[in-house]
Ligand binder design. Structure first.
Ligand SMILES: O=C(O)CCC(=O)C(=O)O
Ligand SMILES: [Fe+2]
Length: 269
Protein backbone atom coordinates (compact mmCIF):
# COMPACT_ATOMS: atom_id res chain seq x y z
CA UNK A 1 0.00 0.00 0.00
CA UNK A 2 1.44 3.39 -0.95
CA UNK A 3 1.60 6.15 1.63
CA UNK A 4 -0.37 8.51 -0.62
CA UNK A 5 -3.36 6.19 -0.84
CA UNK A 6 -3.35 5.76 2.90
CA UNK A 7 -3.28 9.52 3.55
CA UNK A 8 -6.08 10.28 1.06
CA UNK A 9 -8.27 7.57 2.55
CA UNK A 10 -7.93 8.67 6.13
CA UNK A 11 -8.55 12.33 5.21
CA UNK A 12 -11.72 11.58 3.27
CA UNK A 13 -13.33 9.75 6.17
CA UNK A 14 -12.20 12.35 8.69
CA UNK A 15 -14.93 14.30 10.48
CA UNK A 16 -13.74 17.75 11.63
CA UNK A 17 -15.11 19.02 14.94
CA UNK A 18 -14.86 22.75 14.22
CA UNK A 19 -16.21 25.13 11.62
CA UNK A 20 -13.28 27.22 10.30
CA UNK A 21 -12.17 28.55 6.90
CA UNK A 22 -9.77 25.61 6.73
CA UNK A 23 -12.31 22.85 7.48
CA UNK A 24 -14.82 24.47 5.11
CA UNK A 25 -12.31 24.63 2.23
CA UNK A 26 -11.26 21.04 2.92
CA UNK A 27 -14.87 19.87 2.91
CA UNK A 28 -15.56 21.70 -0.36
CA UNK A 29 -12.50 19.90 -1.83
CA UNK A 30 -13.67 16.58 -0.38
CA UNK A 31 -10.49 16.26 1.67
CA UNK A 32 -12.62 15.56 4.76
CA UNK A 33 -15.97 13.78 5.00
CA UNK A 34 -17.96 16.17 7.20
CA UNK A 35 -17.86 18.96 9.77
CA UNK A 36 -19.71 18.05 12.97
CA UNK A 37 -19.96 20.85 15.55
CA UNK A 38 -21.54 19.55 18.76
CA UNK A 39 -23.71 21.92 20.79
CA UNK A 40 -23.88 24.51 18.00
CA UNK A 41 -27.35 25.74 19.00
CA UNK A 42 -29.08 25.87 22.43
CA UNK A 43 -31.17 22.75 23.06
CA UNK A 44 -34.03 24.50 24.89
CA UNK A 45 -34.79 26.75 21.91
CA UNK A 46 -34.30 23.81 19.50
CA UNK A 47 -36.89 21.66 21.27
CA UNK A 48 -39.48 24.44 21.37
CA UNK A 49 -39.14 25.16 17.64
CA UNK A 50 -39.12 21.42 16.80
CA UNK A 51 -42.63 21.21 18.29
CA UNK A 52 -43.73 24.21 16.21
CA UNK A 53 -42.34 22.55 13.06
CA UNK A 54 -44.20 19.29 13.80
CA UNK A 55 -47.47 21.24 14.13
CA UNK A 56 -46.81 23.82 11.39
CA UNK A 57 -49.60 24.73 8.93
CA UNK A 58 -47.09 24.59 6.04
CA UNK A 59 -45.97 21.02 6.89
CA UNK A 60 -46.15 18.99 3.67
CA UNK A 61 -44.39 15.95 2.28
CA UNK A 62 -41.69 15.28 -0.28
CA UNK A 63 -43.13 14.09 -3.57
CA UNK A 64 -41.10 10.99 -4.43
CA UNK A 65 -41.95 7.40 -3.49
CA UNK A 66 -39.16 6.80 -0.97
CA UNK A 67 -39.28 10.23 0.63
CA UNK A 68 -43.02 10.77 0.91
CA UNK A 69 -43.10 9.74 4.60
CA UNK A 70 -40.75 12.61 5.45
CA UNK A 71 -42.38 15.96 6.22
CA UNK A 72 -40.93 19.34 5.38
CA UNK A 73 -42.01 22.84 6.37
CA UNK A 74 -42.23 25.07 3.27
CA UNK A 75 -41.66 23.89 -0.23
CA UNK A 76 -38.06 22.94 -1.04
CA UNK A 77 -36.70 23.47 -4.56
CA UNK A 78 -36.70 19.74 -5.33
CA UNK A 79 -40.50 19.80 -5.24
CA UNK A 80 -40.70 22.29 -8.14
CA UNK A 81 -40.35 19.18 -10.37
CA UNK A 82 -39.32 21.22 -13.48
CA UNK A 83 -42.89 22.62 -13.51
CA UNK A 84 -43.12 26.38 -14.35
CA UNK A 85 -46.15 26.92 -12.09
CA UNK A 86 -44.58 25.16 -9.10
CA UNK A 87 -41.35 27.05 -9.76
CA UNK A 88 -43.24 30.35 -9.65
CA UNK A 89 -44.97 29.29 -6.46
CA UNK A 90 -41.63 28.34 -4.88
CA UNK A 91 -40.11 31.77 -5.64
CA UNK A 92 -43.29 33.67 -4.65
CA UNK A 93 -43.23 31.93 -1.25
CA UNK A 94 -39.48 32.22 -0.71
CA UNK A 95 -39.24 35.53 1.16
CA UNK A 96 -42.36 35.08 3.36
CA UNK A 97 -41.17 31.55 4.19
CA UNK A 98 -37.70 32.79 5.20
CA UNK A 99 -39.36 35.43 7.40
CA UNK A 100 -41.75 32.93 9.00
CA UNK A 101 -38.95 30.48 9.83
CA UNK A 102 -36.93 33.37 11.28
CA UNK A 103 -39.92 34.44 13.40
CA UNK A 104 -40.24 30.95 14.89
CA UNK A 105 -36.89 31.51 16.65
CA UNK A 106 -37.67 35.07 17.74
CA UNK A 107 -36.10 36.74 19.77
CA UNK A 108 -33.07 34.53 18.98
CA UNK A 109 -31.02 34.20 15.80
CA UNK A 110 -32.19 31.12 13.90
CA UNK A 111 -29.59 28.36 13.42
CA UNK A 112 -29.76 28.66 9.62
CA UNK A 113 -29.27 32.44 9.85
CA UNK A 114 -26.27 31.81 12.09
CA UNK A 115 -24.78 29.34 9.60
CA UNK A 116 -25.43 31.81 6.76
CA UNK A 117 -23.58 34.58 8.60
CA UNK A 118 -20.67 32.42 9.75
CA UNK A 119 -20.06 30.91 6.32
CA UNK A 120 -20.23 34.39 4.80
CA UNK A 121 -17.45 35.40 7.20
CA UNK A 122 -15.37 32.22 6.79
CA UNK A 123 -15.54 31.62 3.03
CA UNK A 124 -12.85 33.62 1.16
CA UNK A 125 -15.36 35.27 -1.25
CA UNK A 126 -18.32 35.52 1.17
CA UNK A 127 -21.83 34.19 0.52
CA UNK A 128 -25.27 35.12 -0.82
CA UNK A 129 -28.78 33.80 -1.08
CA UNK A 130 -29.24 31.82 -4.32
CA UNK A 131 -31.17 33.50 -7.13
CA UNK A 132 -32.51 31.41 -10.00
CA UNK A 133 -33.47 33.35 -13.15
CA UNK A 134 -33.04 36.42 -10.94
CA UNK A 135 -35.58 35.27 -8.33
CA UNK A 136 -34.74 34.67 -4.65
CA UNK A 137 -34.77 31.12 -3.31
CA UNK A 138 -36.12 29.88 0.01
CA UNK A 139 -33.60 28.68 2.59
CA UNK A 140 -34.11 27.08 6.00
CA UNK A 141 -36.56 24.20 5.42
CA UNK A 142 -37.38 22.01 8.41
CA UNK A 143 -37.36 18.27 7.82
CA UNK A 144 -39.71 16.27 10.03
CA UNK A 145 -39.12 12.50 10.29
CA UNK A 146 -42.00 10.59 11.90
CA UNK A 147 -41.02 8.13 14.66
CA UNK A 148 -40.44 4.57 13.34
CA UNK A 149 -41.73 5.14 9.81
CA UNK A 150 -39.70 7.97 8.21
CA UNK A 151 -36.25 7.48 6.75
CA UNK A 152 -34.19 8.68 3.80
CA UNK A 153 -32.83 5.80 1.76
CA UNK A 154 -29.35 6.24 0.26
CA UNK A 155 -29.63 9.14 -2.23
CA UNK A 156 -27.79 12.23 -3.39
CA UNK A 157 -28.84 15.84 -3.98
CA UNK A 158 -27.61 17.93 -6.92
CA UNK A 159 -29.17 21.25 -7.98
CA UNK A 160 -28.29 20.67 -11.66
CA UNK A 161 -30.85 17.84 -11.64
CA UNK A 162 -33.56 20.32 -10.59
CA UNK A 163 -33.02 23.42 -12.77
CA UNK A 164 -31.15 24.74 -15.81
CA UNK A 165 -31.22 28.37 -14.63
CA UNK A 166 -28.07 30.20 -15.81
CA UNK A 167 -26.98 30.97 -12.22
CA UNK A 168 -26.03 27.33 -11.57
CA UNK A 169 -23.28 27.42 -14.18
CA UNK A 170 -19.84 26.95 -12.63
CA UNK A 171 -21.00 25.09 -9.51
CA UNK A 172 -18.18 22.77 -8.47
CA UNK A 173 -19.66 21.15 -5.39
CA UNK A 174 -22.76 21.22 -3.23
CA UNK A 175 -22.75 21.13 0.56
CA UNK A 176 -25.61 20.83 3.01
CA UNK A 177 -25.79 22.20 6.55
CA UNK A 178 -28.20 20.46 8.93
CA UNK A 179 -28.88 21.75 12.43
CA UNK A 180 -30.70 19.13 14.48
CA UNK A 181 -33.50 20.47 16.68
CA UNK A 182 -34.77 17.15 18.05
CA UNK A 183 -33.34 13.65 17.64
CA UNK A 184 -34.62 10.30 18.98
CA UNK A 185 -32.26 8.59 21.44
CA UNK A 186 -32.07 5.58 19.17
CA UNK A 187 -31.79 5.75 15.36
CA UNK A 188 -32.12 8.83 13.19
CA UNK A 189 -28.48 8.33 12.20
CA UNK A 190 -26.84 10.12 9.28
CA UNK A 191 -24.95 7.69 7.03
CA UNK A 192 -22.31 8.80 4.49
CA UNK A 193 -20.74 6.73 1.71
CA UNK A 194 -18.05 9.14 0.44
CA UNK A 195 -18.78 8.27 -3.17
CA UNK A 196 -21.12 9.53 -5.85
CA UNK A 197 -23.81 7.14 -7.08
CA UNK A 198 -23.14 5.11 -10.24
CA UNK A 199 -25.05 5.95 -13.42
CA UNK A 200 -27.53 3.21 -12.73
CA UNK A 201 -28.00 4.25 -9.09
CA UNK A 202 -28.56 7.84 -10.29
CA UNK A 203 -31.45 6.68 -12.48
CA UNK A 204 -33.12 4.96 -9.53
CA UNK A 205 -32.56 7.97 -7.28
CA UNK A 206 -34.10 10.36 -9.84
CA UNK A 207 -37.04 8.02 -10.15
CA UNK A 208 -37.90 7.17 -6.52
CA UNK A 209 -35.36 9.29 -4.51
CA UNK A 210 -33.54 6.44 -2.84
CA UNK A 211 -31.80 3.08 -3.20
CA UNK A 212 -33.00 0.00 -1.35
CA UNK A 213 -30.51 -0.11 1.57
CA UNK A 214 -29.60 -3.78 0.95
CA UNK A 215 -28.41 -2.95 -2.61
CA UNK A 216 -25.64 -0.69 -1.27
CA UNK A 217 -22.45 -1.52 0.66
CA UNK A 218 -22.27 -0.43 4.35
CA UNK A 219 -21.71 3.32 4.86
CA UNK A 220 -18.21 4.66 5.51
CA UNK A 221 -19.32 7.11 8.23
CA UNK A 222 -22.33 6.89 10.54
CA UNK A 223 -23.19 9.69 12.97
CA UNK A 224 -25.88 9.85 15.62
CA UNK A 225 -26.49 13.60 15.90
CA UNK A 226 -27.66 15.15 19.17
CA UNK A 227 -30.16 18.02 19.38
CA UNK A 228 -28.28 21.29 18.87
CA UNK A 229 -25.55 19.77 16.65
CA UNK A 230 -24.53 21.15 13.25
CA UNK A 231 -23.34 18.76 10.52
CA UNK A 232 -22.14 19.92 7.09
CA UNK A 233 -21.36 17.36 4.37
CA UNK A 234 -21.35 16.89 0.56
CA UNK A 235 -24.81 15.67 -0.49
CA UNK A 236 -23.71 14.97 -4.07
CA UNK A 237 -22.28 11.83 -2.51
CA UNK A 238 -24.59 9.07 -1.28
CA UNK A 239 -26.12 9.63 2.15
CA UNK A 240 -29.08 8.30 4.14
CA UNK A 241 -31.03 8.82 7.38
CA UNK A 242 -32.04 5.74 9.37
CA UNK A 243 -35.44 5.39 11.05
CA UNK A 244 -35.62 6.73 14.60
CA UNK A 245 -37.47 5.30 17.59
CA UNK A 246 -39.93 7.02 19.90
CA UNK A 247 -39.94 10.65 18.82
CA UNK A 248 -39.83 12.88 15.77
CA UNK A 249 -36.47 13.81 14.29
CA UNK A 250 -36.50 17.47 13.26
CA UNK A 251 -33.71 19.34 11.48
CA UNK A 252 -33.26 22.70 9.79
CA UNK A 253 -31.41 22.46 6.49
CA UNK A 254 -29.64 24.70 3.97
CA UNK A 255 -27.98 23.65 0.74
CA UNK A 256 -24.80 25.49 -0.17
CA UNK A 257 -23.25 25.63 -3.65
CA UNK A 258 -19.54 26.30 -4.13
CA UNK A 259 -17.97 27.72 -7.29
CA UNK A 260 -14.42 27.75 -5.88
CA UNK A 261 -12.89 30.00 -3.17
CA UNK A 262 -12.92 33.08 -5.46
CA UNK A 263 -16.73 33.01 -5.83
CA UNK A 264 -19.34 33.53 -3.08
CA UNK A 265 -21.18 30.51 -1.68
CA UNK A 266 -24.92 30.46 -2.42
CA UNK A 267 -27.71 29.17 -0.15
CA UNK A 268 -31.11 27.62 -0.77
CA UNK A 269 -33.49 24.87 0.39
O1 LIG B 1 -31.21 14.98 8.08
C1 LIG B 1 -30.07 14.63 7.78
O2 LIG B 1 -29.26 14.20 8.63
C2 LIG B 1 -29.60 14.68 6.33
C3 LIG B 1 -30.75 14.73 5.39
C4 LIG B 1 -30.39 14.85 3.92
O3 LIG B 1 -30.61 13.96 3.16
C5 LIG B 1 -29.79 16.10 3.42
O4 LIG B 1 -29.55 17.05 4.20
O5 LIG B 1 -29.55 16.20 2.19
FE1 LIG C 1 -30.15 14.50 1.09
Amino acid sequence: MSITTHVVRSLTNDVAGELTSETLLKLANREIGAIHVRGYYPVDISEKVAQQAINHQALGHYHKQHTSSVGRVYMPHIDTKWDPELTNKYHDQAQPAIEDVRSMFHPYLSPVDRVRLELQELWPAGANLMRLRGRSCFVGAFRVFQPQTSEFYPHNDAIDQETDAPEIEGILNQLVANIYLQVPDEGGNLQLWMREPTEEETKTILDVEGLEPDTVEPPVVEIHPEAGDLIIFSPRMLHAVTAGQGKHRVGAAAFIATKGPQEPLVYWS
